[in-house]
Design a protein around this ligand. Structure first.
Ligand code: FAD
Ligand code: UDP
Length: 373
């Protein structure tokens, strides 16, 4: 079959590779001048440091098959994500752990004591937290909430935490030990030569042809036996029903002679600091040595039509519009909507790859795959 992948990110690349290996002819188009989508990495021209062009990406998963998959295409260096945050004129460790609690309250609590202490300061009158704010007050209490979560979240999402779902915070643990690993997954690492090199290898197959700087229009659909579309769901329908809401990011690059902040990611909890975090990219490649340093200040704001969509908002209003688009999508034939934009979800890389492998397998078995909106 003649198959088209719209998008050369992880979704398009992994589905395309699986279907190419099964003998299909795969064409992949991407509007951008590079492959790898939002995971794209490249060497900074001034410093030679490998930079994560669309924001920091750390690979972490519990899925052994996905871990084996990425390791088949790239060497992964061990990497633990240790995030710091600046708040109230001090630097603290995230996610909230025993060090954070002891430092914040000026105490020397042991694990059990800290657990009891947090239970005292937490608002246990909230039985079933619904909003982000309730979730934070219920589990860490008002002091830690205001220092680490409130300002950051207002900047990140542009709304009050009381108007956001609890699920956004549920991703972050509270630890009563000194484990400051941001993720709690069995496998974690960084691709030695960057994500783009890994995706280039996934795409390196005689049955795959890639066209960069090539935009797909829906009118071209009938030239293909089937299309896998990892572009924006509402974009497929020319935004006929309106636009699905996203947050976009602006990155302000600056360089520094030496080591600017001593870690890869420094969050800023205060609302009056306009950016959410600063990423110092050379700390993502600790096995390399660089004198100079390149950093990105990261600003979040509402996504306008000309911007890159980053975080789907998925609030009540957006979910209603999404349901209308899903109803339209279900009537479309010859296309499968995939990936973070095609299904309007926040997806980590490992989940994207897992879904891509499953989508390809379902297509090979049944000639179709059901999207997971
Ligand atoms: P994308 O990477 O967005 O690829 C879609 C591609 O389709 C794009 O290249 C786009 O140009 C192309 N395209 C769209 N429409 C068209 C069209 N009409 N014609 C041609 N081409 C088109 N995950 C982690 O596991 N760890 C992390 O630390 C992490 N950090 C993240 C940080 C940020 C700021 C963000 C936003 C995401 C992060 N992620 C992280 C998630 C990760 O970026 C996604 O899992 C991954 O990018 C999804 O791949 P995709 O192929 O579905 O989408
Ligand atoms: N968050 C916060 N302060 C921080 C880090 C995270 O308030 O220092 C909140 C913020 O609302 C964010 C959510 O917790 O959207 C989830 O954090 P995560 O690090 O998973 O953010 P993401 O990877 O989505 O940017």
């Amino acid at each position: 079959m003649k198959l088209l992948m719209v998008g050369a990110g992880l979704s398009g690349a992994v589905i395309g590779r699986k279907l190419a290996e099964a003998g299909h002819d795969i064409t992949i188009v991407d509007a951008r001048p590079h492959v790898a989508g939002n995971c794209h990495t490249t060497r900074d021209a001034e410093t030679g440091v490998m930079v994560h062009v669309y924001g920091p990406h750390i690979f972490h998963t519990d899925d052994a098959e996905v871990w084996d998959y990425v390791n088949a295409f790239e060497t992964f260096q061990p990497y633990k994500n240790r995030v710091k945050t600046t708040s109230k004129g001090q630097v603290f460790s995230l996610p909230i752990n025993l060090h954070t609690i002891n430092q914040f309250y000026g105490k020397t609590l042991r694990p059990d004591e800290a657990r009891d202490f947090i239970a005292e300061v937490a608002d246990t009158s909230i039985e079933d937290p619904q909003s982000f704010e309730e979730q934070a007050l219920r589990f860490v209490g008002p002091d830690l909430y205001e220092a680490f979560f409130k300002g950051y979240t207002i900047k990140q999402w542009g709304v009050q935490p009381s108007d956001l779902p609890a699920a956004i915070l549920k991703r972050l643990p509270v630890r009563f030990n000194y484990d400051d690993n941001y993720f709690f997954h069995a496998f974690q690492g960084m691709p030695e030569n960057g994500y783009t090199a890994m995706v280039e290898r996934i795409l390196d197959h005689p049955k795959i042809t890639v066209h960069l700087e090539t935009s797909f229009e829906r009118a071209q659909k009938d030239q293909w036996d089937h299309v896998f579309y990892s572009g924006p769901l509402d974009g497929w329908f020319d935004y006929d029903l309106g636009r699905l809401g996203y947050r976009t990011l602006d990155f302000e690059r600056f360089s520094y002679d030496g080591d600017y902040q001593g870690c890869a990611v420094m969050n800023y909890g205060e609302e009056d600091v306009p950016y959410t975090r600063i990423t110092e990219h050379k700390h993502f490649s600790p096995w390399e040595s660089h004198e100079g340093s390149v950093l990105y200040r990261e600003f979040s704001r509402a996504c306008e039509p000309q911007d890159i969509p980053y975080y789907p908002i998925r609030q009540v209003k957006e979910k209603a519009l999404l349901a209308d688009y899903v109803a339209l999508a279900e009537q479309e034939e010859g296309v499968t909507f995939v990936g973070r934009l095609g299904t309007y979800r926040y997806l980590d890389m490992d989940v994207t790859i897992r879904e891509a492998l499953d989508t390809a397998a379902a297509f090979l078995a049944q000639g179709q795959a059901t999207p997971a909106f």
